[in-house]
Design a protein around this ligand. Structure first.
Ligand code: 4AD
Ligand code: MG
Length: 446
């Protein structure tokens, strides 16, 4: 008797199989019990007839608490109407072995729960279909990221989490005491180390957790999130955009190939994702600013209009990004942001020092910035000046300045937020569903 995984059930039509899992939902119809069983890889309907089982087992089944663990053996049938992920299959039960009868007071009953309650029970919430589906997509996104980078010359190179200095804004640093060395900060980004690593390996990527003591309570912000950061030597801004659009397209295609049942369960509009292919539109910050001002002018609803107000020089807010990306079907590159709203390390635009060679990738459908990147400053003196202008401690950046002394080259890189990307691909309402245990300003439990 083969123990199978539900995700592969289509290969076993007409065969007797065993499924090891948990009772997710049950409907009693007299002599029939429909049991929706989850095994970690999927959800499948199991149908038990009173006459096929011994009396004690059938009786137990009709009183089975949700989340009881069990092993079920039976015949796999195709049935278009059967619920599940992937749906369309059912198991005609021949034998059931109960492993543990769950306690009666399972908190995450299959009804609408308040969001705080759900988050307090995140350790159980992840068993539910919607959450399980999003986290399965997340795993595939991560696998696709590594797959593309590993096969395109990028060497995986981990960067430290405990760091001596800021990479992004000093206002979002988590600080911790560090023995006799004073304080250390949790990494906001591995980028500065990536820049050292490319001078040894050419193309690298870091992939790890990053931390921002971000006061924002939006549906796009976490305090701990996972970022993948590719960096390449001898790479300018245009080449960077080419890399990004190939890479993002690969991720979308892998998810479409491997996670269709999950996307369908989530009700994702697949046709929107199928349109993602290079080239992505590229617009300058100047043009984006003009477009937003036009949209502002045309908006008649006073509340919406107030949100769209925009002056050259400010960073885009969520309403600006949403309005701008609504003009396109694909993710959009916006390049050449004002130097004043971006980090210290960005290469200035030739002949326009008020603008820098940055590029953000904005996802469609209101999901906003999923990637931030730039060409990095390659000149020693200018970089030193920037470090001073930003009030950063020069001593902590000695090693970073060295990179401009010994074989400096034009180079570029980007950081993609895994949870923002997963939210977009799943059509999730809030970023906290895109990570197993979300950390926000109001939550470190469980
Ligand atoms: O734009 P950011 O701040 O860029 C950097 O940190 C660069 N040093 C990366 C690099 O070039 N190597 O962050 C990059 C991405 C954002 O586009 C977003 O997807 C995600 O990280 N991100 C967040 N995701 C969730 N919660 C937050 N608080 C985030 N802040 C940034
Ligand atoms: Mg950014």
């Amino acid at each position: 008797m083969s123990i199978i995984r539900v995700e592969e059930i289509s290969k076993f039509i007409g065969e007797e199989v065993t499924i090891q899992g948990w009772a997710y939902n049950r409907t009693d119809k007299g002599k029939l019990v429909f049991l929706l069983v989850r095994d970690g890889s999927g959800f499948v309907q199991c149908v038990a007839f009173k006459g096929d089982l011994d009396e004690a087992t059938f009786d137990q089944l009709t009183r089975l608490p949700q989340e009881s663990s069990l092993s079920i053996t039976g015949l796999v049938r195709e049935d278009k109407r059967a619920p599940g992920i992937p749906g369309g299959y059912e198991v005609g039960v021949r034998e059931i072995k109960f492993v543990q009868l769950a306690a009666e007071n399972y908190p995450m009953a299959l009804k609408e729960q308040g969001m705080d309650f759900a988050l307090d029970n995140r350790h159980l919430w992840i068993r539910m279909q919607s959450q399980w589906a999003v986290l399965r997509v997340r795993a595939t996104v991560i696998s696709a990221i590594r797959e593309w980078l590993d096969t395109h010359g990028f060497v995986g190179m981990d960067t430290p989490i405990l760091t001596p200095a800021a990479c992004e804004s000093t206002s979002t640093l988590f600080e911790t005491e560090y023995f006799d060395e004073g304080v250390a900060f949790l990494s906001q980004s591995g980028q500065l180390y990536n820049e050292a690593n490319i001078m040894a390996f050419g193309r690298v990527y870091a992939f790890g957790p990053t931390f921002r003591a971000e006061k924002s309570k939006t549906r796009r912000h976490l305090t701990e999130f996972w970022m993948v950061e590719p960096e390449a030597a001898f790479c300018d801004l245009d080449q960077l955009m080419e890399i990004e659009e190939q890479y993002v397209t690969h991720i979308v295609q892998r998810v479409l190939r491997d996670r269709m049942p999950e996307l369908k369960f989530l009700g994702r509009d697949i046709t929107r994702l199928e349109k993602i292919a290079p080239p992505f539109p590229r617009i300058s910050y100047d043009d984006a600013a003009n477009k937003i001002q036009e949209l502002y002018g045309a908006e008649t609803d006073p509340e919406k209009k107030a949100l769209l107000k925009f002056d050259w020089g400010i960073d885009f807010g969520a309403p600006h990004e949403t309005a701008l990306t609504a003009l396109y079907e694909k993710p959009v590159f916006v390049y050449g942001y004002p130097t004043a709203v971006k980090a210290f390390y960005m290469e200035p635009w030739p002949g326009r020092p008020e603008v820098c060679k940055s590029v953000d990738l904005l996802a469609p459908e209101g999901y906003g910035e999923i990637i931030g990147g730039s060409e990095r400053m390659s000149d020693y003196n200018l970089l030193l000046q920037r470090i001073h202008e930003h009030g950063l401690p020069e001593e902590s950046f000695q090693w970073y300045l060295d990179l401009r002394k010994f074989g400096s080259v034009p180079h570029s890189g980007f950081g993609m937020g895994v949870e923002r990307t997963v939210s977009w691909l799943c059509g999730a309402e809030h970023i906290r569903e895109a990570i197993p245990y979300p950390r926000t300003i109001k939550r470190v439990y469980p």
